[in-house]
Design a protein around this ligand. Structure first.
Ligand code: SAM
Ligand code: SF4
Ligand code: SF4
Length: 377
């Protein structure tokens, strides 16, 4: 296969172009990056819009009425997403997660779920298909998503007390409506349900025990996430991070914890069981204990850019390869070339932002990072 470089531009940030390398060989089956990490997990953002304005993700001062979201024509169609997902699965991806923005705002999402659920690995197995949502529309959609083939769901909920939650989602959304979404997911048979809680010092850390008390005994897995410096909008500071170690200490002072083994390689959460068996919990320590060494995740934005790290500033424009781009003289490619190109991009990956931050080898900031709501968690 010939080797050539396509100049790709993000029209919103035209100064930062990135070349998509065309493959010098046919990548098929498992691929590893420059640090020996395989590609196993693809997170697919289906929209950059959201009905919440979580202060740590889409603060109103930036994502207010004047903010311009991607136009509809920029979004990948469901057929395009499915075509890309198939290529990733051929490269050994085993886990697909739909995210956003708020993925349930994308009309007809269950149709996409059905298309992705039909994908089979080369061994004929289905892939692990999951969704991360703020839960606001789950009450209406859980049954249809399950029928379409969704297996599991992760719901974000940052507090069990309305005043705290409403201050954080900043649109006055009520806790009980998210809980109704969780109940609908359980009733539909989406299992296990995980609940993600981003912990911010002096904002919701006092909600850790009340959240645990609410969810223990339900089978729901509560995961505490360290507040991260994703994007450029949330005014992050290290002082607002509550380290996972402190969270675990606080919990174990009341209920002893037993560590659990990893379920799959590259898992982001460290898992623990309450000694009385009443709940499994997880901590995601992106700040204090970077897990870049086993990071096997790629991210696809709603407009078809491939990002190799949550903290990346540039993405590879796969949509141009799907649709062609006459301005840049790019012709649409077939599946073989698409798969080979994705494999080639992965083999050149050396991203490990959190590990570098941890070692104070400061990454090349202040290049602008992509926003969490654009790329998903
Ligand atoms: N809207 C959906 C939701 O909230 O679940 C999906 C997208 S959201 C970007 C995915 C996850 O990222 C959520 O669990 C959210 O809490 C988390 N998240 C967003 N900003 C974050 C930050 N600065 N630090 C840590 N987690 C963050
Ligand atoms: Fe929306 Fe999710 Fe971001 Fe909150 S965390 S603003 S719900 S995308
Ligand atoms: Fe993976 Fe980047 Fe997060 Fe490290 S910082 S774990 S490479 S997404």
């Amino acid at each position: 296969m010939s080797q050539y470089i396509i100049p790709i531009f993000d029209e919103r940030e035209i100064e930062r172009s990135i070349g998509v390398p065309m493959a010098s060989r046919l990548w098929n089956g498992s691929v590893s990056d420059r640090l020996g990490r395989p590609l196993r997990d693809l997170r697919i953002s289906v929209t950059d819009r959201c009905n919440f304005r979580c202060t740590y993700c889409m603060p109103k001062e930036i994502f207010g009425p004047g903010y311009t979201f991607r136009p509809r024509s920029d979004l990948l169609s469901f057929e395009e997403i499915e075509r890309l997902a198939r290529q990733f699965v051929r490269l050994d991806v085993r886990k697909l997660r739909l995210t956003g923005g708020e993925p349930l705002l994308r009309r007809g999402l269950e149709d996409l779920v059905a298309m992705l659920a039909a994908i089979r690995t080369p061994d004929g197995d289905p892939v692990d298909l999951n969704l991360t949502t703020n839960g606001s529309l789950l009450g209406h959609k859980a049954a249809a998503l399950k029928d379409a083939g969704l297996q599991r769901v992760t719901v974000s909920l940052d507090a069990i007390e309305d005043s705290v939650f409403q201050r954080m989602n900043d649109v006055d959304f009520r806790v009980r409506d998210v809980l109704a979404g969780i109940d609908a997911a359980l009733a539909a048979g989406l299992w296990p349900v995980k609940v993600n809680m981003v912990i911010q010092r002096d904002v919701n850390e006092h909600q850790i025990m009340p959240m645990l008390d609410y969810f223990r005994g339900t089978g729901i897995i509560l995961r505490f996430i360290e507040y991260m410096d994703v994007g450029n909008s949330n005014g992050w500071s290290r002082d607002s991070v509550v380290p996972s170690a402190a969270i675990l200490k606080r919990i174990s002072a009341r209920c002893p914890l037993t560590p659990l083994d990893q379920t799959v390689a590259g898992e982001t959460a460290q898992r623990w069981m309450l000694a009385d068996g009443s709940a499994e919990i997880g901590v995601i320590s992106s700040i204090t204990e970077a897990f870049c060494g086993s990071c096997n995740r790629a991210r696809l934005s709603m407009d078809g850019k491939l990002y190799l790290c949550l903290f990346a500033s540039r993405g590879y424009d796969l949509r141009a390869l799907l649709r062609g781009d006459s301005v840049n003289g790019i012709k649409p490619v077939d599946d073989t070339e698409l798969q080979a190109t994705i494999g080639e991009i992965w083999t050149r990956r050396e991203d490990r932002y959190s590990a570098q931050r941890g070692q104070a080898l400061q990454p090349r900031e202040p290049e602008r990072k992509i926003e969490m709501s654009y790329i998903g968690g």
